[in-house]
Design a protein around this ligand. Structure first.
Ligand SMILES: [Zn+2]
Length: 498
């Protein structure tokens, strides 16, 4: 028996040797080589499969919302077949957008109309505002599961989730009414969290009638378009509010708070002359006093003392020419272009906020909130959380990211100057005992006709631990202290209490 087996094994060995010999002769592949090839193909497929799995996980975790949210995606219209578009509310629970079923049709209704037009947006003829940003969440339903099953069986739609914004309804109304019939924008931020408390842009529109009045709404050039959200997309000359930037740059490059400037009402350099506002002569002042008086002579002098690129470096640290840290879409970048120091006229103009610099009101509110918050800016956002139709939390957002745009010491110095504006300068109307206000006014000329200017106020106020930063611009209204300051005051009153 044993011998038999040995014989068989030997025979098989011989056969294999023969086969190898055959392969060598005939050029046919050996079974061993075929195995290696098979393994390579298997591993390649395995690798491909793992990559696909990894991409799928990544897509579901990070990309799917953007993809599904894309207006041209058919899946969204599918969602709207089974879900009634959810509500949008303010932080304090006022419903500002909802869907009503009228017969077979679902109609989008905006109970507060024009007051929230730009920030909440609309859901026809394309989308805008929160309606666009949170389209995906508005079309999902986390209703009680038995209710959803019952609705599915009855072929009925389930109620979509509610998007709760960070807006404060009273503050939004104050800002809206305060701009009145002027064009312009008002925006308020909580400096501690980056939450947008109010955002108004004028001219406005009624979101309830966007579809029927689309033709007239969408015509006209970009600057006069009523659909433009001036708070995030309006680019304005900053006027004297830019002196916050010039003052910081002066301090960052060797200047001192105690340095004195002499103002005779005008300053000439290389054949170009600038004047102080209203023909005023401010005499001897330190930096804080010059800031409080909004003295053009002092700030043009400070600007001329800077080296090439220094003002630009400060401006870019303060987020000029850069994206603002925000979850909002379609926010314009503020622009600062002064590079050289040869063109003295341009240096002088730029230092006092004229020249070619352009800013958004939102950006100016961000700079004010940095001053209030020791130099740190939190991610600017307008959504607090998502909840289901029973008010149960579906999703909260982590906005803990922050960016330091000035040092703690610089923020403190800026606060000293901004406080002086309120106690002794152009913002004296805000010098009240119920809260502590800080800020900078601006009167930004926007045409060769000097009587045409935008009225600006940028600043913040606090009472106890509660803080609010604002930027207000009223187009063509005239001086900042006469128009923008009183509106900022009403916003502070509303938010911090009378
Ligand atoms: Zn002056």
């Amino acid at each position: 028996m044993r011998r038999d087996r040995r014989d068989r094994r030997n025979k098989r060995d011989l056969e294999i040797m023969d086969l190898e010999e055959d392969t060598r002769r005939t050029g046919k592949r050996r079974p061993h080589a075929r195995n290696v090839e098979f393994a390579v193909v298997t591993y390649a497929f395995l690798l491909l499969f793992i990559s696909l799995c990894a991409y799928f996980v990544y897509f579901v975790s990070f990309q799917s919302e953007d993809f599904i949210n894309h207006p041209s995606n058919a899946r969204l219209s599918k969602l709207s077949d089974t879900v009634i578009r959810g509500n949008i509310t303010t932080k304090d629970g006022v419903v500002v957008a909802k869907s009503e079923i009228k017969g077979e049709k679902e109609v989008r209704v905006y109970p507060k109309g024009r007051t929230y037009a730009h920030v909440v947006g609309y859901n026809s003829n394309g989308m805008a505002g929160v309606e666009l940003e949170r389209n995906f969440q508005l079309l999902r339903s986390h209703s009680f599961f038995l209710t959803r099953i019952a609705n599915d069986l009855a072929n009925k739609k389930s109620q979509g989730d509610t998007v709760v914004t960070t807006l404060d309804s009273k503050l939004q109304e104050t800002a809206y009414n305060g701009i009145g019939s002027y064009q312009g924008a008002a925006v308020a931020i909580d400096p501690d969290t980056g939450a947008i408390l109010a955002m108004v842009s004028k001219p406005d529109f009624d979101p309830n009638t966007v579809a029927s009045s689309w033709k007239s709404l969408s015509s006209g050039d970009n600057s006069s378009s009523v659909l433009l959200n001036r708070a995030t997309q309006g680019l304005y000359p900053p006027g004297s509010t830019f002196k916050m930037v010039t003052a910081l740059s002066y301090l960052q490059n060797g200047g001192k708070m105690s340095d004195t400037f002499s103002c005779s009402g005008a300053l000439s350099n290389n054949g170009y002359t600038i004047h102080c506002y209203g023909g005023e002569v401010h005499g001897q002042q330190d930096l804080t006093q010059a800031f409080g008086n909004s003295c053009n002579v002092a700030f043009a002098t400070a600007g001329l003392s800077l080296e090439k690129g220094e003002l630009k470096e400060t401006a870019e640290r303060l987020l000029f020419n850069r994206e603002l840290p925000t979850t909002l879409s379609n926010v314009k970048k503020s622009s600062f272009t002064l590079d050289g120091v040869e063109d003295k006229a341009l240096v002088m103009q730029t230092s006092i906020g004229q020249g070619n610099t352009l800013v958004t009101p939102l950006h100016m509110a961000v700079i004010a909130s940095a001053a209030a918050n020791n130099g740190t800016v939190k991610t600017v956002h307008d959504i607090d959380h998502i909840e289901n139709d029973n008010g149960n939390l579906v999703k909260s957002f982590d906005h803990k990211n922050s960016e330091t745009i000035m040092t703690k010491e610089e923020a403190k110095r800026l606060r000293i100057m901004m406080r002086y504006v309120v106690t002794n300068g152009t913002g004296r109307r805000l010098n009240v005992s119920k809260y502590r206000a800080y800020g900078k006014t601006g009167t930004a000329e926007y045409s060769s006709n000097k009587r045409q200017s935008h009225s600006w106020f940028v600043g913040f106020a606090k009472k106890g631990k509660k803080k609010i930063a604002v930027a207000v611009v009223m187009e063509g209204a005239g001086s900042g202290s006469a128009y923008a300051v009183p509106l900022a005051g009403r916003m502070f009153d509303t938010y911090l209490g009378e």
